[in-house]
Design a protein around this ligand. Structure first.
Ligand code: GLN
Length: 552
């Protein structure tokens, strides 16, 4: 069978959830036993989002092969089992980089290199490459909004794909907005009509319309949209706002999106098996209790910077029928005025667990160290990820081992005690112009450690990385002598991957980013166990409060 494609475009406004829509379509097709792959094209000129600020772009999602990609790939991984990597996210910058490289090499044999056909060919080749790995259906999301100048080459490329492959191999899914206008007490279809017209003017007739709306679309509304936009009535899909993103596939299934895609693609597949997704959503709606986690970081006012983290914590909570109450705390707000000043503690008292996530740069570090000290001393479950692991080591070196100036050379290059340093620079492993340790690395777990118990007793795991600095083993003896345990390392023992404090209910820092591998139906063990420990702490605190009240 030759490769089939679902092309997902967006209209009217950005942020309608195209990535989630693409991921949900993937989820539904996969639940019918089909093999799917997903890819995203981003129209901006950066070669990848690796160098973009989290405020600009949100999280950088890292794949096993070490590609720094758009956060929509995170949705794809959470909703499907598609094997994603470098080839699954391409920007205009990357496409042009490849073309210019070929041009300099003389590959174009003296021809004029142009947007059509050279850029569009490069885009089409990228799609073919991804679809050639045996997927029944490849879902291609085109970033940006129809009407943007910069997304035109991508839209032209998918138009050509339809022309070349025919209707039975390609479906155009267009995501639009049907806003409720309060003054008129009416849903309005005009923006959708215009957006479909914009697409048509460049040669693409949408097949399926996913209409974002805050309430049901009545039959008449659907008929009207179908008539004006030249699609079947049942191809007008109400994509209603839902409280949990994990409800989106179920909503699409109810509206018949997967059945329609199969019909258009002339594919046959069994009914979707959504039992586990239904159970998941059911648990989201009926939690037995809640658990309160405080995240101490520096990009906290923009939640998209920690997209996967938030999802992974949610998975951990759902797995235990708990509702996750997340509080984002700006680390700078936890800084102390003097060594004796512990006033910041008041801001931390209400949390069942504390987490310091990944991050770059010096801002807010002192606040993070204070939060970690609080968690360590008060036996509040602590989970440190990447930067959060490094700061946990610095805190331990300073406050337990008495190395007052212990630091990372990232924050103080002149520190006398660089507990965290740029090991790779010393080893001379700066590949591809970058010093980052990226992508999947194997880690060996120590017997009978908190980490090994969390991972279910295995000794070898693989997790994804995105960082420059490492634990400095010159300080290993001192820190472990004082009670820190190194419970995970790379097989050659070069890099420290996990530290923990035995005897503490849950104090674990990992150099990798486990959040990238958590799925709602397969919650990551470290998040699951962190949430479990946090909830235990909650119950214990409640009990002691109750005991206090009784004795008063
Ligand atoms: N800034 C730290 C480093 O580069 C941590 C990076 C991160 O948390 N992703 O090593």
């Amino acid at each position: 069978m030759s490769a089939k494609y679902v092309f997902v475009t967006g209209g009217v406004v950005s942020s309608l959830g195209k990535g989630l829509a693409a991921a949900s379509i993937g989820c539904l097709l996969e639940s019918r036993g089909l093999k799917v792959n997903l890819m995203k094209f981003d129209p901006y000129l950066n070669v990848d989002p690796g160098t973009m600020s989290p405020f600009q772009h949100g999280e950088v999602f890292v794949t096993d092969d070490g590609a720094e990609t758009d956060l929509d790939l995170g949705h794809y991984e959470r909703f499907t089992h598609a094997p994603l990597g470098r080839d699954n996210n391409l920007t205009t910058g990357r496409i042009y980089e490849q073309i210019i490289l070929k041009e300099r090499r003389g590959d174009y044999l003296g021809k004029t290199v142009q947007v059509i056909p050279h850029v569009t060919n490069e885009i089409k080749n990228a799609m073919r490459k991804v679809s050639s790995n045996g997927a029944d259906v490849t879902i291609v999301e085109i970033g940006g909004t129809v009407g943007d100048i910069e997304s035109l080459p991508f839209l032209e490329a998918i138009r050509q794909m339809r022309q070349e492959l025919g209707r039975e191999q390609t479906v155009f899914v267009h995501l639009t907005l049907v806003p409720w206008i309060a003054a008129a007490q009416e849903l309005k279809t005009k923006p959708t009509q215009h957006s479909v017209k914009d697409l048509l003017s460049i040669g693409i007739q949408a097949d399926i319309l996913l209409c974002r709306c805050d309430r049901n679309l009545g039959r008449e509304m659907k008929q009207k949209i179908a008539a004006f936009c030249n699609v079947e009535e049942r191809a007008v899909v109400a994509a209603k706002d839902v409280p949990s993103v994990y409800e989106v596939p179920l909503g699409f299934a109810q509206e018949g999106v997967d059945a329609l895609i199969l019909k258009y693609l002339h594919l046959e597949a069994p009914e979707a098996d959504l039992v586990r997704w239904k159970d998941l959503v059911d648990r989201v709606h009926h939690p037995k209790d809640e658990v309160s986690i405080g995240i101490v970081g520096k990009y906290v006012e923009y939640e998209d910077s920690y997209k996967s983290l938030k999802e992974a914590l949610t998975h951990g909570a759902i797995s235990q029928n708990l509702k996750l109450k997340l509080t984002w705390i700006e680390a700078e707000g936890l800084e102390a005025q003097s060594a004796e000043d512990r006033s910041y503690e008041a801001q931390l008292e209400d949390f069942d667990g504390i987490l310091v996530p990944g991050g770059f740069g010096k801002r807010g570090i002192d606040g993070m160290l204070n939060a970690i000290r609080y968690a360590r001393e008060r036996k509040v479950p602590y989970f440190g990820i990447c930067l959060g692991m490094q700061t946990a080591c610095i805190e331990f070196a300073r406050n337990v081992c008495g190395l007052k100036d212990a630091n990372s050379s990232e924050f103080d290059p002149a520190t006398p005690h660089r507990v965290i340093y740029k090991l790779r620079e010393l080893l001379g492993v700066e590949e591809m112009g970058g010093t980052m340790r990226l992508g999947a690395w194997t880690c060996i777990l120590q017997e009978d450690s908190l980490a090994q118990r969390a991972y279910g007793g295995v000794t070898e795991i693989s997790e994804r990385h995105r960082h420059r600095y490492e634990f400095n083993r010159e300080y290993e003896a001192l820190l472990t002598g004082a009670g820190l345990r190194i419970s995970g390392s790379t097989p050659d023992q070069t890099y420290v991957e996990i530290v923990e404090i035995p005897g503490h209910p849950y104090f674990l820092g990992c150099q990798f980013h486990p959040e990238f591998k958590s799925k709602p139906l397969e919650p990551h063990p470290l998040f699951r166990e962190f949430v479990r420990a946090s909830y235990r702490n909650r119950l214990a605190r409640k009990e002691s409060l109750f005991a206090q009240q009784q004795s008063a």
